[in-house]
Write a protein that binds this ligand. Structure first.
Ligand SMILES: Nc1ncnc2c1ncn2[C@@H]1O[C@H](COP(=O)(O)OP(=O)(O)OP(=O)(O)O)[C@@H](O)[C@H]1O
Length: 600
């Protein structure tokens, strides 16, 4: 037909760069506002991945400067291992070029698109090349290149290349200029703050126009770099199996043992027999029908789950708590790291944390922080498995009100670490609804919910006791005055009794060792300031109960603190946590007055 001839003239292949130039929303560049965040996120993901691989503590600079009305210059600089000059053009100016696509381990980057998509976005909106400087060690000079992507071919074009002196002994600096705005400034700062929470070993120096600030690291241990493992037979599809067999000259039994994790000789023979295939047949000769049978056998034979310990890098509950305490003021914080699990042959681990009270907004929906492989997920909250799982927990059972999400001064953090995160799209905004993952999130949140419930009910009980004590204490002086009048004796000092009832002070200078005994219980995990005064009111010393100490004071607990008074006299204070509540303690013991202010 004539039309077919006409159409034939128009039919041609499209380069991947051309495709994404037209469909940039698929990669998270839907608007200028979002473009700036996606660009910074892609560069930071790469910097953190690279530093982890090189086992260096990341020191990352992020700078955003306006160069003209609607053009911004973004710079991200890291102290990672650097990139060899031969590879710099392809890394930054060729889409689908990366080092992680074929590896089965936890990484932030997966597809080899991220940073080159940002380069494409820059040249599309301003026509400006991206300038990259990188150095691999102190013996070599740094290389600076000015790069663009030739969209028709998806190949890099190097506009300039020179060797330069650079202050950093190793690292990479990427500078992009694109049309944008800074409407998303708050979101950008949030992204950096959340990134620093789940990467507590990283330091971020940030400059946004005239503002400069730092997110400090709270851990000086680089997390171990996840080790790549072989794919698991349950996570393989026919096309991949076909490619793997075609490229191998091994017999079937050895091929299975060599190519997949958790397949030993015995399992391999089981698979061969279940697929009705000869263990010595060369895999490259298998026809499609045999491959189908083989795949079926691989996925129905009982094979142990892939191990999570080496290929994943959970943050750990201790560091999540540290990271959250660094950025939020909270009265309660608990985190949990679940044991490793598997979906479709891919290992994953769920970690979660709940924060409550402090300076969190008292009303409205909970703040939900979603993370995948230590990267914050900022968009498409409603489409994410994490949100789904959080909403499906019955929060009322844990004393928290709920309207879809839990409500009130509550913060929920969920981190999914996986060898392959099942994102809903290339822009990596949301995690797909995988039942195994949702179940693990639910279990982690239920465990934490139980801890939160205990905290809340104890706090409520304490408040009730305090209210009652206050009511009683308000009439005691009146009763004492009346009784004194009736019995015609001086009005007794009721402050000790009041103190006892209020549990404000328990102050005993024991005859034995000159010790003051104070009963306190904690509502909070914040450091508590204590001031000591001598009887005349002059300061006798200050001390802080560290939060770790306070939070240990759950139920019965005793700790002895030593203070030096202004007079030089040493004094011991014994704290005993009795599980009773205390808002403020104040009292006088012989020559010492102790004021403990619990900030609740
Ligand atoms: N700052 C850097 N230091 C060292 N290597 C880097 C750096 N930035 C990028 N690379 C290398 O370039 C490759 C390509 O990066 P790119 O952002 O395009 O993809 P990715 O991070 O692998 O995957 P994704 O598309 O999922 O982000 C990386 O896999 C890494 O090997």
């Amino acid at each position: 037909m004539v039309l077919a001839d006409e159409l034939a003239k128009k039919q041609r292949s499209i380069s991947v760069a051309e495709f994404f130039e037209k469909n940039k929303q698929m990669l998270g560049f839907d608007s200028p506002t979002r473009g700036i965040i996606t660009t910074i996120k892609e560069a930071i993901d790469n910097s953190l991945d690279a530093c982890e691989e090189a086992q260096v503590l990341p020191d990352i600079l992020v700078s955003v400067r306006r160069v003209s009305n609607d053009v911004f210059r973004v710079v991200v600089e890291d102290n990672g291992p650097g990139i060899v000059p031969e590879k710099m053009p392809s890394v930054f100016a060729k889409l689908l070029y990366g080092s992680r696509f074929h590896q089965v381990r936890q990484t932030r980057g997966q597809q080899g698109i991220g940073i080159s998509a940002a380069v494409l976005y820059a040249q599309l909106t301003t026509g400006k090349p991206t300038i990259v400087t990188s150095r691999t060690d102190a013996k070599n000079k740094a290389h600076t290149m000015s790069l663009v992507i030739k969209t028709e071919t998806n190949e890099p074009e190097v506009l300039s290349h020179e060797e330069v002196d650079w202050i950093l002994p190793h690292g990479t600096r990427v500078q992009l200029e694109f049309k944008s705005n800074i409407a998303a400034r708050k979101k950008l700062i949030e992204y950096l703050k959340y990134t620093s929470i789940v990467n507590p070993h990283a330091k971020f120096r940030v400059e946004i126009e005239d503002e400069a600030f730092t997110f400090e690291r709270v851990s000086s241990e680089v997390p171990p770099c996840p080790v790549a493992i072989k794919p698991h037979p349950y996570g393989i599809e026919l096309g991949v199996l076909k490619r793997m067999t075609a490229a191998s000259d091994l017999p079937l039994k050895e091929f299975l043992v060599e190519s997949f994790s958790k397949v030993g000789e015995k399992t391999s023979l089981e698979i061969c027999s279940s697929a009705r295939l000869d263990p010595v047949v060369k895999v490259s000769t298998l026809d499609l029908e045999s491959l189908n049978r083989l795949l079926d056998a691989m996925q129905t034979t009982k094979i142990p789950a892939p191990s999570a310990s080496q290929c994943l890098s959970p943050i750990t509950d201790e560091l999540i708590v540290k990271g959250m305490e660094k950025e939020f003021e909270l009265d309660f914080i608990k985190a949990r790291t679940r044991p490793g699990n598997v979906y479709g042959g891919h290992s994953f681990i769920v970690e979660a944390a709940i924060g409550y009270g402090g300076k969190l907004p008292p009303e409205g929906n909970a703040i939900l922080l979603r993370f995948a492989n230590r990267v914050p997920l900022l968009y498409q909250q409603g489409a994410c498995a994490i949100t789904n799982a959080v909403q499906n927990v019955n929060w009322k059972a844990y004393g928290v009100s709920q309207s879809g999400l839990p409500t009130g001064p509550i913060l929920i953090l969920v981190h999914v670490a996986a060898t392959s995160v099942p994102f809903t799209g290339e822009s990596k905004d949301a995690i797909a609804a995988i039942p195994e993952i949702e179940r693990e999130i639910t279990l982690a949140l239920q465990e934490l919910g139980r801890d939160l419930k205990m905290f809340l009910s104890r706090r409520d009980r304490n408040k009730l006791q305090d209210d009652r004590a206050r009511a009683i204490c308000s009439v005691i002086p009146l009763i004492a005055a009346k009784v004194g009048e009736i019995v015609e004796l001086p009005v007794p000092d009721t402050s000790l009794i009041e103190g006892r009832i209020m549990r404000r002070v328990v102050l005993k200078k024991s005859t034995a060792g000159g010790k003051i005994m104070i009963h306190i219980d904690n509502y909070t995990t914040k450091p508590q300031e204590i001031s000591l005064y001598d009887i005349s009111g002059d300061p006798a010393g200050d001390a802080t109960i560290p939060p770790s100490f306070v939070s240990e004071m759950d139920g019965e607990y005793t700790k002895i603190w030593k203070f030096a008074l202004a007079s030089g006299e040493a004094f011991e204070v014994i704290y005993t946590g009795l599980g009773g509540g205390m808002i403020e303690m104040q009292g006088v013991a012989e020559n010492l007055k102790v004021v403990v202010d619990l900030d609740v």
